[in-house]
Design a protein around this ligand. Sequence first.
Ligand code: DOR
Length: 427
Amino acid sequence: MTLIVRGARILGGSAADLTIEDGTITAIGTASASADATVVDADGLVALPGLVDLHTHLREPGFEQSETVATGVRAAAAGGFTAVFAMANTRPVADTVAVVEQVAELGRRAGLAYVQPIGAVTVGLAGERLADLGMMARSAARVRVFSDDGHCVHDAQLMRRALEYVAPFDGVIAQHAQEPTLTVGAQMHESALSGELGLAGWPAVAESAIVARDVLLAEATGGRLHVCHVSTGETVEVLRWAKARGIRVTAEVTPHHLVLTEQEVRGYDARFKVNPPLRAASDVDALRAALADGTIDVVATDHAPHPVEAKQAAWADAAMGMVGLETALAVVQEAMVDTGLLDWEGVARVLSTTPARIGRLATQGQGIVVGAPAHLALLDPSGATSIETHHLHGTSTNSPFLGRSLPGRVVHTIYDGRPTVSDGVVA
Ligand code: DOR
């Protein structure tokens, strides 16, 4: 099958046609359409390599009322993603070969994006015993990223062992950095505002203290550490120090932490309840600067679907998390591109090339070059869209951006040489 993508601005630069044959980019330049070629009109659109999300909750098996692999990859495709790493906090937990292979198979069947399972670090996410990381790595699911996300690997000895264990097969431990003893009952960022609102605070040091410990463990073991959803300026300082020392650490920031602050909590609308919590405006500034200068390596959505009843609850009882696959690119455009902090090449780096590299996913994130697999997101950066539920393609609608206007629009997504989104419509 031949596909011609006509007139796209490659990484926001000059316009060219992309010829795609049997899933591979075979030419970049001016294409003369052969009779049997399918043509995608991309005149004026920005072509990015297919986006890769290192942190997606697909909820299957076990929580299908929130999301399934099939619905989650529809949301992913709509957002320009061609690969997602599926978090391990399913039921049963993805701590065995059977579960990671099941998730990978569900992804293959859904067919709209590559689904790479993440394995749990500890059995049942209980933080007591290491899961069989080696078996999951050697399985057909080829797991390289391990995480207890939702829970911190709190025991320092276990964390040390996990970092040591995954080093020989080039795995990475993705830590949910939250000192549990500092966040018992915590409901929002700890600040003057949490006092005013009467909600138990979640101090910034609960995150940075764990990251400080873990970068030192990574140094001591030579293992590879990835820090999930960095939310504070203090953590950025720790990462900057660790990277300057040559420690093998990478980090992600979510779209929501790049634009939303604790002020959203004033309305007690549980769509804004998330772990880690929305922080202060000064943290947002520090996170943007860190993403721009490479201290934070990638943007990852932490797409966390929850059913209506879990969110239409009193603040204290509501579930934590927000969906984010469809809006991620628009939020990054607003926070980073429209502010001049990143160009589209930078966006390709933080949303495609680097997440694929951190997760050791060889078939994605290779950029837009001849010979690369044809995974593309084609975006119209002009204009703005008011986000409504019909823009969300997953099972749950707990987006903090509903009713809010965001710039840009994903027009087409191409996965493995096939359109998964055409003119904004998911295949
Ligand atoms: O808000 C969150 N929700 N943060 C996490 O770390 C876990 C996630 C979930 O699974 O709902």
